[in-house]
Design a protein around this ligand. Structure first.
Ligand code: OKP
Ligand code: ZN
Length: 358
C-alpha cells in the first residue's frame, strides 16, 4: 500500500495549547506523524511517496475562500499585530454577539481575525502552520488520486488533522478539512457517490457540516457521545442530514469505556450505512485516539481491535482512501495505524471505476 507523507508537518509545532482555560503541553505534536511514518517505513508492505501539489482550487471548492485567504496571511497579520510565537485567540465570533444586528465587518487586527475564524483555544498557530496545513491537503489529494487511478487503497498520513474544520472556520487541531477536500475532489474527478466513514474518537463536525445537505456524499461517524466529549455541540444521533441530504448523515455514539467487542458491533452497524449509500469510493477518517491508553479519549479499546476494524472496512470491497486524523498515545499510534491498514488490505478490493471528467 502506498503511504503519502510530507515533512512540511514538522514546522507546525506550537509550544502549547489552552484546554479548559489552562495552558498545557501540546497533544497534536510532530512526533505523532513521525512515529506513524517510522513504523510504516519499517514494514515492506508499505511504500512512502511524496504528495503532489494541487494548488488552492480544491480547497476553495470546500472552504469559504475568505477563510483560505485569511489562513494564508494569518501569521503575517499576527506578527504585524505584535503577537507572541504561538497564536491563540481570546475573543470568538459567538453568534450571540451580533444577534439581530447583521454580520458587521470582519476585524482588522491579527488577534481579532484569529478569533473571528477560529472556534476554540486548542488550535494554536505558528509560522509553519499554513504550509503544514496546505501540505496535509496535498497528501490527502494525492492518496485519493492514487485510488482513483486504480490502486485499491492508499493511506494519507495527514498532519495537522482536518475533520473538525467546517466550511467557514477552523479548530480542533484542524485548519483545512483534508478528507472533505479529498471527497469533493473525487466527486469532481468522476466518482458519482462518495462516503466518508469517520472512526476518530471525536465527532467529525466539520465534515458533517460541509456535506450536511449533500445527497452525493454520505457521512457516517462512530464517536464518543458529545454529551461527554469534544466538540460537545454536534454529533448527536438525531443529526441525519437536511434538504437533499436528508438521511445521508449518520452518527453512532460510543459509550465511555467501550470495549473491542461492543466497538466492532457498532462499526458493523456503521458499515451498513456506508454500504447502503453505494459509494464508488470510501474515505476513512482514521483516528486511533479510540485506543484505551489515549490521553484524550475514554474508551477501552485494545491494540487487537484495529486489524479487525480495518478488515471489516476492507470487506466492503470498495476502493478506500484512509486519511489520518487523531491518535495521541505516542508509543502505540504507529502500531495501531499499521494494524488497521494491514487489516484493510486483508480483503481484496476492486479498483475504482475509470474516472470521467465531472
Ligand atoms: C482532534 B481530533 C478535551 C479537549 C479537546 C480538542 C480535541 C481535538 C481532537 N477536554 N480539545 O479529532 O483527534
Ligand atoms: Zn480525535
Amino acid at each position: 500500500m502506498k503511504v503519502v507523507h510530507s515533512d512540511a508537518h514538522r514546522r507546525h509545532e506550537p509550544a502549547h495549547e489552552v484546554q479548559a482555560g489552562e495552558v498545557i503541553g501540546l497533544y497534536e505534536v510532530p512526533a505523532r506523524a513521525e512515529a506513524i511514518r517510522a513504523v510504516l517505513a519499517a514494514d515492506a508492505t508499505f511504500h512512502l511517496v511524496d504528495p503532489e501539489t494541487h494548488g488552492r482550487a480544491p480547497i476553495d471548492a470546500v472552504h469559504d475562500p475568505d477563510l483560505v485567504r485569511y489562513l494564508e496571511h494569518a501569521w503575517t497579520d499576527w506578527v504585524a499585530d505584535g503577537g507572541p510565537t504561538t497564536a491563540i485567540p481570546d475573543t470568538f465570533r459567538h453568534p450571540g454577539l451580533r444577534a439581530g444586528m447583521g454580520a458587521g465587518r470582519p476585524p482588522v487586527t491579527g488577534l481579532g481575525r484569529l478569533g473571528y475564524w477560529s472556534f476554540d483555544t486548542a488550535t494554536p498557530m505558528v509560522e509553519g502552520t499554513y504550509g503544514a496545513a496546505r501540505a496535509a491537503v496535498d497528501v490527502a489529494l494525492t492518496a485519493t488520486d492514487l485510488v482513483l487511478g486504480g490502486e485499491p487503497a492508499a493511506y494519507a498520513l495527514c498532519r495537522p488533522p482536518g475533520h473538525h474544520a467546517p466550511r467557514g472556520a477552523f479548530g480542533g487541531y484542524c485548519f483545512f478539512n483534508n478528507v472533505a477536500v479529498a471527497a469533493q475532489h473525487a466527486r469532481h474527478a468522476g466518482a458519482a457517490r462518495v462516503a466518508v466513514l469517520d472512526v476518530d474518537y471525536h465527532h467529525g463536525n466539520g465534515t458533517q457540516q460541509i456535506f450536511y445537505e449533500r445527497p452525493d456524499v454520505a457521512f457516517v461517524s462512530l464517536h464518543a457521545d458529545p454529551d461527554r466529549a469534544y466538540p460537545y455541540v454536534t454529533g448527536f444521533a438525531d443529526e441525519t442530514g437536511t434538504g437533499a441530504g436528508r438521511g445521508t448523515t449518520r452518527n453512532l455514539l460510543l459509550p465511555a469505556g467501550c470495549d473491542d467487542v461492543t466497538y466492532l458491533g457498532l462499526l458493523d452497524a456503521a458499515l451498513e450505512h456506508v454500504d447502503r449509500s453505494a459509494p464508488d469510493l470510501v474515505l476513512v477518517s482514521l483516528g486511533v485516539d479510540t485506543y484505551g491508553d489515549d490521553p484524550i479519549g475514554d474508551l477501552s479499546l485494545t491494540g487487537a481491535v484495529y486489524g479487525p476494524a480495518g478488515a471489516a472496512i476492507g470487506s466492503l470491497g470498495r476502493p478506500t482512501v484512509v486519511v489520518q486524523e487523531g491518535g495521541y498515545h505516542l508509543p502505540t499510534v504507529g502500531a495501531n495505524v499499521r494494524s488497521f491498514l494491514r487489516g484493510l488490505m486483508a480483503t481484496p478490493i476492486r479498483p475504482a471505476p475509470p474516472s470521467a471528467p465531472g
